[in-house]
Design a protein. Structure first.
Length: 300
């Protein structure tokens, strides 16, 4: 369902006719009329706030919006490329957590960071499920493990592999077959009390959104990554969990237990907690895989 958005209003006496709001509006809401900005297609507004954010005189009024003056003196951005690169390199997948609970105010601050992630047409359609109860997390862990036990038990036989190859394709089936030794080893570890799914994390977070929206996958993925960066700055660690999101989307019992609507999909999930491990060294990565084109040179 589309969010109800009130269109902006323009204070003509404050408008200096710079046309910036017209240029940045992605929905063609504003046009120049007699050298002043004017709302001409108000029902097209998606409430992104670009118009008010760019206006140098504060002539744009938006009901329900509060346009704060940028607190940083000088030009944006708020950080340097060097500091940002260090933050991106510092953030690592954490699989060793302390048993300490995450305070509500800290968890709220982490989740709050997700709302600043971009969403297609500014839908802001990202929904969260945050599990903080050890009993609830344990129940989710058991359900997820039961789901994968069934999947991999079928994959062990030649007939099961044949069915998987017909349904999921050859590459996915090969990946599944190659993963069997790891899964069996993880199961043995589980029997010894070692949690190889959620790593005894005190918090498990899932993001879900409408499956009919083509932007939902992007929206949820970017939002949860925003949350992970905020968590890192607060001294917490995260580990993204594709096994969990896949199980949720393929098992209606798990999905219903989490309260995720039938027309939604879980697009991202992660564990969260205070890390019980330190990484004193940074890790290098392969160069970006880029196909460049320019000066009339075609791709390919």
């Amino acid at each position: 369902m589309k969010r109800k958005v009130n269109p902006p209003a323009v204070v003509a006496k404050d408008c200096i006719g710079c046309e910036r709001c017209v240029a940045v509006c992605p929905s063609f809401v504003l046009d120049m009329v007699e050298a002043k900005s004017s709302v001409v297609r108000g029902d097209w507004c998606i409430g992104c706030g670009h118009c008010g954010a760019v206006c140098p005189t504060g002539a744009i009024l938006h009901e329900g919006f509060c346009f704060d003056l940028h607190p940083k003196k000088g030009e944006a951005p708020a950080t340097s490329p060097e500091v940002l690169e260090l933050l991106l390199r510092e953030r690592r997948s954490v699989r060793i957590y302390s048993p300490d609970a995450v305070p509500d105010e800290v968890l709220n601050k982490i989740l709050d960071a997700g709302k600043y992630a971009p969403t297609g047409t500014n839908s802001q359609n990202v929904h969260y499920v945050a599990l903080t109860s050890p009993d609830r997390i344990e129940e989710l862990r058991k359900m997820t493990i039961r789901f994968y036990d069934k999947v991999f038990s079928r994959a062990r036989g030649w007939f099961g592999m044949l069915l998987f190859s017909m349904i999921a394709g050859r590459r996915t089936t090969e990946y599944l077959r190659d993963s069997l030794p790891k899964v069996e080893y993880a199961n043995e570890q589980m029997k010894q009390g070692k949690d190889r799914l959620f790593y005894h994390a005190p918090v498990v977070i899932l993001c879900h959104a409408e499956c009919w929206d083509p932007c939902s996958s992007f929206n949820c993925s970017v939002a949860i990554y925003h949350c992970s960066l905020m968590a890192h700055t607060l001294g917490l660690g995260c580990c993204f969990n594709g096994f969990l999101s896949n199980a949720v989307n393929r098992n209606s019992r798990i999905k219903g237990w989490l309260g995720i609507p039938s027309d939604h999909k879980c697009y991202s999930a992660m564990t969260l907690g205070f890390p019980n491990v330190k990484y004193p060294r940074l890790v290098h990565r392969d160069p970006p895989k880029v196909a460049r084109t320019g000066h009339g040179t075609p791709l390919g």
